[in-house]
Ligand binder design. Structure first.
Ligand code: BES
Ligand code: MN
Ligand code: MN
Length: 462
């Protein structure tokens, strides 16, 4: 492809500044206080797509936040790539742990990003990553090198379960028809060893409530004589793993696919340093299911984790009290074949069954979704692999990720197409965490690599 790296070099400052402007808008989908900002972000994305030369751009209303849709159809006989991304971001909390404002983007150098990284909520997940596609399209249109048709679908509810997107996809199969779906919302191994994500975990997210006495009690007058919901909840949660760190919910592993020895050996070839992993997190040991390596535990194995737990007195000083209620939010990461609705039911049944007398338990399911695995012999995978090879000078390694993008399995079901996950973030970019950032190197490399995917995909498709 002609001039891609020089185009990126020449326009580097502008590309960074445009992303910075997008990152200034706090599009937090989880908090209604930001709803106007979420809507403004959709508009900004729409304008950006118009500016680069899409011939049809619209804001599609849904029951929730709108979806920005755009297309550039150059010839109906050519293949069509559908780019998906999300313009919403996670809440920035805890604010006091940010070294600069979450919505006041700045560029700073780090050990892993000697060329600088853009620090802001959403820098990597996913504004920086979907915006690479907007800039890659700018290049292809400006230099007359767009080899096929392209559609964009950028949503505003990914971080809260993509409910409106499901609604939209089910109603717009024709409009969204495509030959491959391309997403940059995952990571890669390192800046010298790119990887292509070939799997995502599914998810079941539930909230539990344990109720004891009908009101908060004096912990001296009543302590020892009535069930303390916080004690009980802690015990119930602790019982969800056994001494081997297996999950104890009956039936939980029934559909889990065990990988063959060969597949596990293949996985183990990916470069990984346990020492560096521990050092980066300041921990003296890793922890997880017996019989599996760290990389297996966080990708091909299902998990159960408490994401939040509360109840009773958590303010300053000490208050002697037995709370009436205790709560926890629990996520289960699932692997392909495990059905998230079935797992949610198994959890609910089990959790209710282990509640002792003296308390009542309520389980409320939140969102969820199916896992995903994709083959590495598809045209899409091969095109992506060639593209990375050109820009990084190394063949990317296929790697299953532990994260979830539930909508990907829905795409396959409703649109009958495969998704290629070309992520350019690093695990250390602190997504969902304070000081989220995205390497300038990664951002620009993404913009360079994407047009090559379009080129190779179109060629291989012939
Ligand atoms: N982009 C992430 C998912 C991700 C990140 C996958 C890195 C692989 C590597 C996405 O925005 C996300 O945060 N997904 C949620 C699930 C969603 C239903 C809230 C997740 O994985 O927790
Ligand atoms: Mn994301
Ligand atoms: Mn996310």
């Amino acid at each position: 492809m002609e001039n891609i790296s020089s185009y990126v070099q020449e326009n580097k400052e502008r590309f960074i500044n445009e992303l910075i402007d997008l990152l200034k808008i706090p599009s937090v989908s989880a908090d209604p206080a930001f709803s106007q900002d979420v809507l403004n972000t959709a508009n900004t994305v729409k304008e950006a797509l118009e500016k680069v030369g899409c011939d049809h751009v619209e804001i599609c209303e849904t029951p929730g936040y709108p979806i920005v849709y755009a297309e550039k159809i150059i010839n109906p006989d050519l293949p069509t790539v559908l780019v998906y991304g999300h313009y919403d971001v996670q809440p920035p909390d805890p604010l006091d742990l940010w070294e600069s404002g979450p919505f006041e983007p700045i560029v700073k150098k780090t050990e892993l990003h000697p060329e600088g990284a853009i620090f802001a909520r959403g820098a990597c997940d996913d504004k920086g990553q979907f915006y690479m596609h907007v800039k890659a399209l700018e290049f292809m249109i400006a230099t007359d090198q767009l080899p096929c048709n392209v559609k964009f679908m950028i949503e505003g509810e990914e971080e809260v379960g993509s409910e409106s997107l499901s609604w939209f996809v089910e109603r717009n199969q024709e409009k969204l028809s495509n030959d491959v779906i391309l997403i940059s919302d995952t990571g890669m191994i390192s800046n010298t060893q790119p990887s292509i994500t070939t799997g995502l975990r599914g998810l079941s997210y539930v909230e539990v409530e344990v109720t004891g006495p009908n009101r908060d009690l004096h912990s001296g007058l009543y302590g020892g004589a009535v069930a303390n919901p916080i004690n009980i909840l802690s015990k119930m949660i602790a019982s969800l793993h056994d001494e081997n760190n297996h999950i104890t919910i009956p039936g939980f592993y029934d559909k889990v696919e065990e990988l063959s020895k060969e597949e596990r050996e293949e996985m183990a070839k990916a470069p990984f340093s346990l020492e560096a992993y521990k050092k980066a997190l300041d921990i003296d040991a890793v922890h997880g299911e017996n019989g599996y390596t760290t990389n297996e535990r966080n990708s091909i194995r299902p998990t159960l984790d408490v994401n939040g737990i509360w109840g009773g007195y958590t303010g300053e000083g000490a208050k002697t009290v037995i709370a009436s209620k205790a709560y926890a939010k629990i996520s289960m990461r699932l692997v392909p074949n495990q059905d998230w609705k079935e797992i949610t039911e198994l959890f609910t049944k089990h959790f209710e069954s282990i509640a002792p007398k003296g308390v009542t338990v309520k389980v409320t399911p939140h969102h969820g979704g199916q896992g995903y695995v994709t083959p590495i012999d598809s045209i899409g995978y091969r095109a992506a692999s060639k593209a990375y090879n050109d820009t990084f000078g190394v063949t990317p390694i296929p790697q299953r990720s532990g994260g979830s993008i539930p909508i990907v399995s829905l795409f396959e079901k409703e649109l009958k197409s495969k998704t290629i996950l070309m992520g350019f973030g690093l695990d250390s970019d602190a997504i969902h965490s304070p000081n989220e950032h995205f390497g300038v190197f990664n951002y620009l490399k993404g913009i360079e690599t994407i047009p090559l995917f379009f080129k190779y995909f179109t060629e291989l498709k012939k």
